[in-house]
Design a protein around this ligand. Structure first.
Ligand code: F6P
Ligand code: MG
Length: 496
C-alpha cells in the first residue's frame, strides 16, 4: 500500500494480520498494562499509611484496568486529557486527522506512542504519583540480572582505556579501528535486551544475548554494517582543524543498554575520537524500558556505588566499575558528557519532522559529527515505520516527509516556499542507526536478502518460493525474521 501521489508507502497498521503490530496490539500491550497494574498495586500497598495517596493510587489502578479493557476490545482511541505537557496537542490533532482510529485499526507506531503517553497521563494528572515511573523497578531489576555481562565489559573497558592511557599513539596506530568496531558492536547488541520484548523472552534468554561469545556468534547476523564509513568520518574530524568532534546518542533503553552506551561514550572521549558526547533521553517513561533523566541518574548512581546495588563481590567488578565511574564523572565535570532533553522524542510524528517540530534541537544536531540513534523504536521513527521495499536506500527512507497533523503543518509554515529538495531534512545530519530488528520495517538490504531470510524462517514462504520462483514481499506474508531482535543493521547516512 502506498500513497499514489507520492509513492511513499503507508505506515504499518495494527489491523494488518501480517504485521507484528497486529499481535502487539492484541497480546503484548495488554500484558504491558497488566505489568503496570501489578507494579502500582504493590506500591500502593507499601503506602498504606497515607490515605489520600492510597485512594489516588487505587483510582490509577482502575484507570489502567479500563485502559486494558479498551485495548482488548479494540475500542476507539479517545483524546488525551490535557496534563499541560507539550505533546498533548499534537497527539489529539493526529487523532482527529486519523478519523476514528481504534486500538486494532490505526497506524501501529502512532498507536503505540499513544499508549505510553496515555499511561503517562494517568500519573502526571495525579497529585501524589506525578513523578512515579511504573516501569522503573523492572528496568533496575533487569540491570541487576545483567551482572555477569556488566562485569565482563567493565573489565574489558578498563583494560582498553588503561592501554590508551599508557601508550595512546601505539594503540591509535595498531588496531584502533578493530576496537572501534568491537565497542560499537557491544553497543548494538546491548539493544537486544529491551523490556518490552520480555513478554517474549526470559531473563535467561536475555543474559545469553549479552556475553562476548554471543556477540561473536551474532556477527554474521548484522545485515548491513556501515561502521568503516563512520570510523573514517570521526577520524577525519579528529585530525581536521575545524570544530572538535561531537557525538550525540539518542538513547533507547535503560539498564544494560544504557550501561553499554556509557562505555561507548567513555571510549570515544578517552580515545579522542570525540571531544564531547551528548545524550538524549525521553522525558517520560516510554516503551517500558526507555531511558528517562531519572534512569540516567540511577545508573550513574549504581556505577558510583556498585556494592550497594550488586552486592559485595571479589571478582573485580567493583573496582572496574569504580574506574569507569570516576572517568565518566571527570568528563561530566569538564562539560564533555551531558544530557539534553526535548519533548520531541515523545511526539507522535516520525523523525523526518524534526526540522519543523524542534528547530533548535535540529540546529544543534546539525553541528554534530555523528548522531547515533539506538534501537528499534528510533529506527521505526527514522523510517516513518512504513512498509518500504527492503532495498529502499536508507537515506531515502529517513528523508521521506512524515505524516503531519495540523500542529505540525502550522510549524512548517516557515518552509512552505522552500524547494522540497533544499528544505532542511534528516539528510543534513550524520545519522547512524544501531538497531536490532524487532519490528517489520527494514530498508537498505541487498536485493534478495529479505526473501532469503523469510524463506529461512517461514516454511510457507519457502514453499511459495519453490513453487513460483522468488515471490515479491507481500503484505500477506509476515516478515517474522525481523521481529526477534536476532538480526541487526548498522546504517549510516552522511550529512549532504
Ligand atoms: O516491536 C517490538 C517493540 O516492542 C516495539 O514495540 C518497539 O518498537 C520496540 O520493540 C522497542 O524496542 P527498542 O527498545 O529497541 O526501541
Ligand atoms: Mg526501547
Amino acid at each position: 500500500m502506498s500513497n499514489s501521489a507520492t509513492g511513499i508507502p503507508a505506515p504499518y497498521s495494527t489491523a494488518d494480520p501480517s504485521s507484528f503490530g497486529y499481535s502487539t496490539a492484541r497480546t503484548r500491550w495488554p500484558i504491558i498494562v497488566t505489568g503496570a497494574i501489578d507494579d502500582i498495586s504493590k506500591s500502593v500497598f507499601q503506602h498504606g499509611h497515607i490515605k489520600s495517596k492510597v485512594d489516588e493510587g487505587c483510582s490509577i489502578i482502575a484507570t489502567l484496568q479500563n485502559l486494558k479493557k479498551e485495548i482488548l476490545e479494540g475500542a476507539e482511541l479517545c483524546p488525551l486529557a490535557n496534563d499541560g505537557s507539550a505533546e498533548i496537542a499534537s497527539f489529539n490533532q493526529n487523532l482527529k486527522a486519523l478519523g476514528k482510529p481504534t486500538w486494532h485499526d490505526s497506524p501501529w507506531l502512532f498507536c503505540e506512542c499513544y499508549l505510553f503517553k496515555r499511561i503517562s497521563t494517568c500519573f502526571s494528572l495525579s497529585e501524589h504519583w506525578k513523578s512515579y515511573d511504573v516501569f522503573m523497578k523492572q528496568k533496575m531489576d533487569t540491570f541487576k540480572s545483567s551482572k555477569p555481562a556488566v562485569a565482563e565489559l567493565a573489565a574489558r573497558y578498563r583494560s582498553l582505556v588503561s592501554a590508551l592511557k599508557k601508550d595512546h599513539a601505539s594503540v591509535a596506530q595498531s588496531g584502533e579501528e578493530v576496537i572501534f568496531q568491537e565497542i560499537f558492536e557491544i553497543c548494538l547488541w546491548g539493544n537486544a535486551t529491551d523490556l518490552s520484548l520480555l513478554t517474549n523472552l526470559s531473563y535467561e534468554d536475555i543474559q545469553k544475548l549479552q556475553g562476548s561469545e554471543a556477540r561473536k556468534a551474532a556477527e554474521s547476523n548484522i545485515l548491513v554494517n556501515d561502521l568503516p564509513q563512520v570510523y573514517s568520518k570521526l577520524k577525519q574530524a579528529q585530525q581536521a582543524e575545524g570544530p572538535s568532534p561531537r557525538v550525540d546518542i539518542v538513547l533507547d533503553n535503560s539498564g544494560f543498554e544504557l550501561y553499554v552506551d556509557l562505555l561507548l561514550a567513555g571510549y570515544l572521549l578517552a580515545s579522542g575520537l570525540a571531544r564531547e558526547v551528548v545524550f538524549h533521553p525521553k522525558n517520560i517513561p516510554w516503551f517500558v524500558s526507555d531511558v528517562t533523566p531519572a534512569d540516567f541518574g540511577a545508573i550513574l548512581g549504581v556505577l558510583e556505588d556498585p556494592a550497594a546495588f550488586f552486592g559485595n563481590s571479589d571478582d573485580g567488578i567493583l573496582e572496574d566499575l569504580s574506574f569507569l565511574s570516576a572517568q565518566l564523572e571527570a568528563f561530566r565535570q569538564k562539560g564533555r558528557l551531558s544530557l539534553r532533553t526535548s519533548s520531541f522524542w515523545t511526539l507522535p510524528c516520525g523523525f523526518a519532522d524534526l526540522p519543523r517540530a524542534d528547530p533548535e534541537l535540529f540546529a544543534e544536531l546539525r553541528e554534530s559529527h555523528l548522531v547515533i540513534f539506538k534501537g528499534d523504536l528510533n529506527y521505526r521513527n527514522l523510517t516513518g515505520d512504513r512498509a518500504w521495499s527492503p532495498t529502499t536506500p536508507f537515506v531515502e527512507a529517513i528523508t521521506a516527509p512524515a505524516p503531519r497533523g495540523k500542529i505540525e503543518q502550522q510549524l512548517s509554515q516557515g518552509y512552505e516556499n522552500t524547494d522540497e529538495a533544499q528544505a532542511p531534512s534528516m539528510a543534513d545530519l550524520n545519522v547512524l542507526a544501531l538497531r536490532t530488528c524487532k519490528a517489520d520495517v527494514v530498508v537498505g538490504l541487498l536485493p534478495g536478502r529479505d526473501e532469503e531470510l523469510r524463506a529461512a524462517t517461514n516454511p510457507e514462504y519457502a514453499t511459495l518460493a519453490a513453487a513460483g520462483g522468488s515471490p515479491a514481499p507481500s503484505v500477506s506474508e509476515p516478515r517474522e525474521w525481523a521481529w526477534s531482535g536476532k538480526w541487526a543493521v548498522i546504517q549510516y547516512s552522511q550529512a549532504r
